[in-house]
Design a protein around this ligand. Structure first.
Ligand code: FAD
Length: 400
């Protein structure tokens, strides 16, 4: 009988894992993707959406045609429970699906409730809906400009997005004739500028610091936010940053239903995995991308998370898919790739400039690691967006 693989989530990790299993077994497997939304979202472009440089349709595509073409079934519903004994997943729409192998790629949810006033008074760009709302707030801001605070809270992990939004805000202020007339401040839980949640890079602090200096951006590192009021952010050590507009990347957690299965997830709902991306307790359940728990080899004075960006997410999905293929063929799941050893590849966009981050492994100590600043990086980012959306829409998951 053909084996059944269920993949929860249809974005970077889920789409890659589902199509890879199908591809590697030459179609001889039943794959079903379950997702609570019917579209793929290229999250990296959310840094541009609030400034009107992108709209929803520019950064999304419907996933069903992509899965149809790849002979993968698609079920539009949220998963709400996993039973590893009966090997079933229960969905919000009432269906119960059975699996031989399960891949969890359900990303994160904003844990805004960890900060008083976050939901009511702050803006963020970590979801399509929140980026659209931030765009509406930005329009209101331009009618009545004042000081701005952009930041990443304690427990946040998506620092790249905070930096990119900061630099893009600076660029937009310049275009609006407001640079130098309003204060732009970066507030972060990172222990130093350019830590990025990956321990920093050689000369990184100095290069990022130069960007800040050139653009007149002030910064506060190693900060926790205690409250966000309408017009002011207060840190736990008593700083009050008044503002007319703010964007804060909140802490993330895994999806709530993952915590209901004892032993699956850590206290924040991230799924505990081995280097094969199999879960610690169940060899036929995998987790990849943002949903997977990753532990950093350091402790920072203010707690921060580790960014699981697009590149490592795809790598984890390929490793999981290869191991499922091994298991289906009756072999041992022998492919491993520790998160710490996956290369770091990221472009930080700055509106008309940018920084390319490259390192041969995610966590130090590293042999090679560099930041390459320059306007070419903005063009790289634009090209990357077009290429990646084309690649995913067309299911070309074997391409780099
Ligand atoms: C603003 C921003 C900018 C970023 N910029 C970059 C960048 O420049 N470069 C880079 O490499 N990375 C960037 N990232 C990170 C990148 O987006 C993530 O690495 C990537 O999205 C991780 O993919 P994922 O599949 O693990 O999770 P996600 O992309 O979050 O996908 C989760 C999927 O699970 C689904 N889902 C959620 N709950 C359920 C449920 N209960 N049942 C079924 N399905 C469910 C969702 O609908 C979605 O399909 C950025 C992220 C943000 C937010």
């Amino acid at each position: 009988m053909r084996k059944k693989v269920i993949v929860l989530g249809a974005n970077f990790g889920g789409l890659t894992a589902a199509l890879s299993v199908k591809h590697d077994l030459h179609g001889d497997v039943d794959v079903t993707v379950v997702s609570d939304r019917d579209y793929f979202l290229f999250n990296p472009s959310l840094i541009w959406l609030p400034f009107g440089k992108r709209n929803s349709s520019d950064v999304t595509f419907r996933v069903e045609p992509t899965f149809d073409k790849g002979d993968v079934d698609f079920e539009l519903s949220a998963a709400k429970g996993i039973d590893p004994v009966s090997q079933t997943v229960t969905l919000e729409n009432g269906k119960v699906l059975t699996y031989d192998y399960l891949v969890i790629a359900t990303g994160t949810r904003n844990r805004g409730e960890a900060i008083e006033g976050f939901a009511e008074n702050s803006h963020t760009i970590t979801t399509l809906e929140s980026a659209i709302k931030t765009g509406e707030a930005w329009k209101r801001y331009l009618d009545s400009p004042g000081d701005i605070v952009i930041g990443a809270s304690q427990g946040a992990s998506c620092f790249g997005a905070a930096y990119e939004f900061l630099f893009n805000t600076s660029y937009q202020l310049k275009k609006a004739g407001l640079r130098g007339k309003v204060n732009l401040t970066y507030l972060t839980s990172e222990p130093f500028l350019g830590h990025f949640g990956i321990g920093g890079m050689p000369h990184g602090e100095a290069i990022v610091g130069k960007f800040f200096k050139n653009q007149g951006i002030t910064f506060h590192v190693n900060k926790s936010i205690s409250t966000i009021d309408d017009g002011a952010i207060t840190t736990t050590d008593g700083d009050v940053l008044k503002n007319s507009f703010s964007m804060i990347v909140p802490p993330f957690s895994g999806q709530s239903f993952l915590k209901e299965l004892a032993g699956l997830a850590d206290q924040n709902g991230f799924v505990k995995v081995k280097d094969s991306y199999q879960t610690e307790l169940w060899d036929n359940i995998y987790a990849v991308g943002l949903a997977a728990a990753v532990t950093a080899p350091w402790k920072t004075p203010t707690p921060i998370g580790v960014p699981k960006t697009g590149f490592p997410t795809e790598q984890m999905a390929h490793v999981a898919a290869k191991n499922i293929v091994h298991q289906i063929k009756g072999e041992l799941p022998s492919v491993t790739k520790a998160f710490a050893d996956i290369p770091a590849v990221c472009i930080l966009d700055a509106g008309n400039n940018g920084v390319l981050i490259l390192a041969e492994k995610m966590f130090p100590p590293r042999k090679h690691g560099m930041l390459i600043p320059g306007p070419q990086n903005h063009l790289f980012k634009l090209a990357f967006e077009k290429y990646f959306l084309w690649k995913m829409r067309n299911g070309k998951i074997t391409l780099p």
